[in-house]
Write a protein that binds this ligand. Structure first.
Ligand SMILES: Cc1cc2nc3c(=O)[nH]c(=O)nc-3n(C[C@H](O)[C@H](O)[C@H](O)COP(=O)(O)O)c2cc1C
Length: 144
């Protein structure tokens, strides 16, 4: 399945997960920092994965901007969407992935998976043990 992973990452943890997903999915997949996104990259894409750090209980501003632009500019037909975030675990941690999923659903896209959360140990990371493996498995399950 032709897949594009669009991600934002301030300290590199979300980018690391995007790289892991890319490795798992192989040549059918590409990844792109959302600041480098060009809409032409979405041509022929069947699965769009958007990832971000959760910041201030929601998706990071560059990720929200990217989701907004895609929602405004791309036809939702034939493009399935899934979202993930990185952040802390806790009752007040919030979910950037849920925000992105809501934005894409409101724009008419089919969101095919529950927003997924991957844990970092501290503000700058690292990712908690096992999270890179879980990211690879999550991406493979989505593509299957
Ligand atoms: C300004 C700011 C606000 C943050 N707010 C939250 C938050 O509300 N909930 C949370 O779980 N993590 C929060 N974090 C922690 C980030 O989620 C964490 O830094 C991120 O997962 C690291 O990913 P990255 O390396 O891809 O930037 C915040 C981080 C920053 C810099």
């Amino acid at each position: 399945m032709k897949t594009l992973i669009v991600y934002d990452s301030k300290y590199g943890n979300t980018a690391e997960l995007a790289d892991e997903m890319l490795l798992a999915l192989g040549s059918e997949a590409k990844a792109c920092d959302c600041e480098q996104l060009e809409l032409g990259m979405l041509e022929g894409v069947e699965l769009l994965i958007i990832g971000c750090p959760t910041q201030k209980w929601t998706a990071s501003p560059p990720a929200r901007d990217a989701a907004f632009v895609i929602g405004e500019s791309v036809s939702p037909s034939h493009l399935k969407v899934a979202t993930f975030d990185t952040g802390f675990v806790g009752p007040f941690a919030g979910s950037g992935a849920a925000k992105l999923a809501d934005m894409m659903a409101e724009a008419g896209f089919e969101v095919v998976a529950r927003p997924e959360h991957f844990r970092v140990e501290h503000l700058h990371g690292p990712l908690e043990e096992g999270e890179t493996e879980r990211a690879r498995e999550w991406a493979l399950a989505l593509a299957a």
